[in-house]
Design a protein around this ligand. Structure first.
Ligand code: SD4
Length: 291
């Protein structure tokens, strides 16, 4: 099966995000605008507790956000551990377009946001996040749990009619993480990688397990060597399982597209799904998994 153009996004909320991205692609023809505007929908979704300022906070009760964006020509930008910014993906886009750098973190990212005219949002938890945080504080246990709301990061990858590619990824990271913890999502090559000659990949799940294998870059390189997107995702999951202890408690999933419009997805455990949007329709697909 091949589609061109094609947009894929992680999880259920990929559906409305893809709708918006598709609309922008049709209106403007810009793939990078499409992947930015698409995930902005998720950044504002009050039901999503893993993306945007309404997401679950770190263990100090502070929401800190990670995001990255990349074009197939190698242009990329990201922000990590950023506070008070409603649209970290747009800030990552500014890092890509307006600075000589690839990545800004923490207070420096916030200062850059102010200089770029981004409003600073008040640092208050959403009612739902606050309720869950108060509950969590009673035990303060930290253990990654599979497929509950704390795995809902959006990663979006898109192939244009011209064979060019782009991608975006945005998250509030793991719930109740240590203050300052950065996941895979803003790390180019871990949470997201895009190469026009080959394809694109993005990741969701326990960031530490994904960083350890440079997951998205690995998938793109495997496709470069001739693997299909499906084979490449499966090989990355195999590598991830080999390199991470306690895999019973670790969920991670990948989606990938190649330049011809073939795609694939694979996860460690069942429960991962992704949204697909192309000229003939749109749907939500359950990913296969290793276990
Ligand atoms: C992280 N990968 O910060 C993100 C979390 C995630 O769905 O994917 N949630 O580790």
């Amino acid at each position: 099966e091949k589609f061109k153009p094609l947009i894929l996004s992680t999880w259920n909320h990929g559906m409305p995000a893809n709708d918006r991205a598709w609309e922008v692609l049709k209106e403007t023809g810009s793939l990078i605008d499409a992947v930015e505007e698409g995930v902005k929908v998720t950044e504002l979704d009050m039901d999503n507790l893993s993306v945007g300022l309404q997401g679950l906070p770190d263990r100090e009760g502070i929401p800190t956000l990670d995001a990255s964006i990349m074009k197939g020509d190698g242009s990329c930008g990201s922000v990590a551990f950023v506070r008070q910014i409603k649209h970290p993906i747009s800030l990552a886009r500014k890092v890509m377009d307006e600075t000589p750098h690839v990545m800004l973190a923490g207070e420096g990212a916030r200062q850059f946001a102010i200089a770029q005219g981004f409003p600073l949002e008040p640092e208050v938890l959403s009612p739902k996040a606050d309720e869950l945080y108060q509950e969590w504080k009673k035990t303060s246990l930290y253990k990654p749990i599979i497929n509950i709301e704390n795995h809902d990061t959006i990663g979006m990858i898109a192939l244009g009619a011209d064979g060019k590619l782009a991608g975006s990824c945005t998250t509030s990271g793991l719930a109740y993480k240590m203050h300052g913890r950065v996941g895979d999502s803003p790390i180019i090559g871990a949470g997201l990688y895009v190469d026009d000659g080959v394809g694109a990949a993005t990741a969701t799940g326990l960031g530490e397990s994904i960083i350890r294998i440079c997951g998205s870059f690995l998938i793109v390189e495997l496709m470069r060597q001739g693997r299909t997107p499906q084979e490449a995702c499966e090989e990355a999951v195999k590598r991830l399982i080999a390199k991470n202890k306690g895999i019973e408690d670790i969920q991670a999933g990948f989606i990938a597209i190649n330049k011809d419009g073939e795609y694939g997805a694979y996860a460690v455990h069942p429960g991962f799904n992704f949204a697909r949007h192309h000229s003939n329709g749109k749907d939500l697909i359950d990913s296969k998994s290793k276990f």
